[in-house]
Design a binder for this molecule. Structure first.
Ligand code: SF4
Length: 454
């Protein structure tokens, strides 16, 4: 007996923020410039610890199954901000008012209602529970914060992570530090040599983005302060400690390679165990080599696309280009560093033939071992309009198919969402740069021929 196809209904909100469904209309979602019904394989019950957002100045839309026409409603559109560990495969479909304000820097997922519950267009890409806090009483976190602040009165970095990141922003990485588990954040840098359109810690004065979700660090910690944070975390996370430079509340950590190299070397020389990771725009290959020699374990490279035009259009690099980023990856691989991509996935732009060809080449030729499937936190309409010039219109295949086809081209690739614990020195499966050749059936978008037959 065939399973009846799930047919979620449109979700909307009234002016008081009450959210309800429109039983007469089918949910419609958006991928880039395309509107359509959600694919059966992309509907996920809304995960715990997700949030629903009312979208100001945007009218909800749905498909009338009788007429087959899309109808816009006077009520507001609603989106889902999905819990960590999940990647969105489609944005909500809505009609924006002429004077609709830009949406803040969050990721907006298409959400519908069926069988008494909310469904979101998303995929769980990591089962690691590190950013699940529903079973931890907030009082326990606060208690730890107070105790650690008393124990380390002179450490400005501990004070920043606890007072600012935990108590002000409830940052998941900072809360884990307070709890002494999983991955500890090591923010160090105020400057950055990129000007990302969706930077969550600093925006240009003329940016349409009103406010950033985070404020940047206001000081530069010293190596002893950083090492003290690492040692404290090592004492409490005794199984699989991970320490990560490059957090949402800072610029790019490679701007001060001296500080990072000294901190890493001091920690390692003192017998420091665990995975030391650096989240970065990877703009400085020389700095990457120095961190590798100091004892770094893994490098996570943030990017919105493997296509030069889209990368430059979003990152707006100041003193580097995408070739520098590629070289950083190769240097890292050649120095035994586990390279991950922090891929800022955007439905309708990422899951396309052109991106698949470019990404497979980037991964294969530069020693990439893992893709972390993240969501680009940005106003979908604004970003699509901004990118449309740089991106040739290309049919999109959906997140699931894109992940499957990339894996087929690069079978060693690991998938996830979080920085994995790898011990001090990772076992690397990615080919050494220069030892991998693009499968003949893959044509590179740059060479003008489109389509990947896999
Ligand atoms: S690389 Fe990071 S800190 Fe720099 S502009 Fe981009 S998002 Fe902001």
């Amino acid at each position: 007996m065939s399973k009846t196809r799930l047919q979620p209904r449109t979700v909307m909100a009234d002016e008081n923020g009450n959210i309800y469904d429109a039983p007469q209309l089918l949910m419609v979602c958006r991928r880039g410039g395309q509107w359509g019904l959600p694919r059966p394989d992309e509907m996920l019950p809304l995960p715990p610890e997700s949030k629903l957002f009312l979208l100001p100045g945007r009218r909800a839309a749905g498909l009338d199954p009788q007429s087959g026409r899309v109808t816009c409603l006077p009520e507001s559109a609603v989106a889902a901000f999905v819990a960590p560990g999940h990647t969105l495969s489609a944005h909500p479909a809505y009609k924006s008012d002429a004077n609709a304000p830009p949406l803040p820097l969050f990721a907006y997922g298409a959400v519908g209602f069926a069988d008494g519950r909310f469904y979101v267009c998303a995929r769980r890409v990591d089962t690691d529970p590190r950013q699940q806090f529903q079973d931890i009483p907030p009082a326990r976190i606060e208690q730890n914060v107070r105790r650690l602040l008393r124990a380390y009165p002179g450490n400005r970095l501990i004070s920043h992570i606890l007072n600012n990141c935990v108590l002000r922003y409830a940052c998941p990485a900072a809360r884990n530090f307070a709890l002494g588990r999983y991955e500890a954040p090591l923010p160090t840098q105020r400057a950055c040599n990129a000007r990302c359109a969706g930077c969550i810690s600093a925006q240009a004065a003329n940016s349409p983005v009103a406010t950033t979700p985070q404020c940047r660090l206001s000081f530069s910690p010293t190596a002893p302060e950083i090492v003290e944070v690492m040692r404290l975390h090592e004492q409490r996370e005794t199984r699989h400690p991970v320490y990560s430079f490059g957090q949402g509340c800072e610029g790019d950590p490679l701007m001060d390679a001296d500080l990072l190299a000294e901190s890493i070397r001091t920690f390692r020389d003192g017998g420091g165990r665990g995975t030391i990771n650096c989240n970065t725009n990877a703009s400085r290959p020389e700095a990457v080599i120095r961190l590798a020699q100091a004892g770094l374990t893994s490098l996570r490279v943030s990017l919105n696309s493997a296509r030069d035009s889209l990368y430059h259009g979003y990152y707006r690099p100041v003193d580097y280009n995408f070739d520098d980023v590629r070289r950083s990856m190769r240097e890292a691989r050649e120095h035994g560093i586990f390279v991950s991509l922090n891929l800022l996935f955007f439905p309708g732009i990422t899951d396309t033939e052109d991106e698949l060809a470019a990404l497979a080449r980037l991964v294969g030729e530069n020693g990439v071992n893992m893709v972390q499937w993240r969501n680009l936190n940005i106003d979908p309409e604004w970003h699509f309009t901004m990118t449309a010039d740089a991106a040739q219109p290309s049919p999109c295949m959906g997140l699931a198919a894109f992940m499957k086809r990339l894996k087929k081209l690069c079978p060693w690739l690991r998938y996830g969402y979080f920085n994995p614990w790898l011990g001090e020195k990772a076992a690397i499966t990615a080919p050494i740069p220069g030892q991998w050749g693009m499968p003949s059936e893959v044509t590179d978008a740059a060479s003008g021929s489109h389509g990947v037959t896999v």
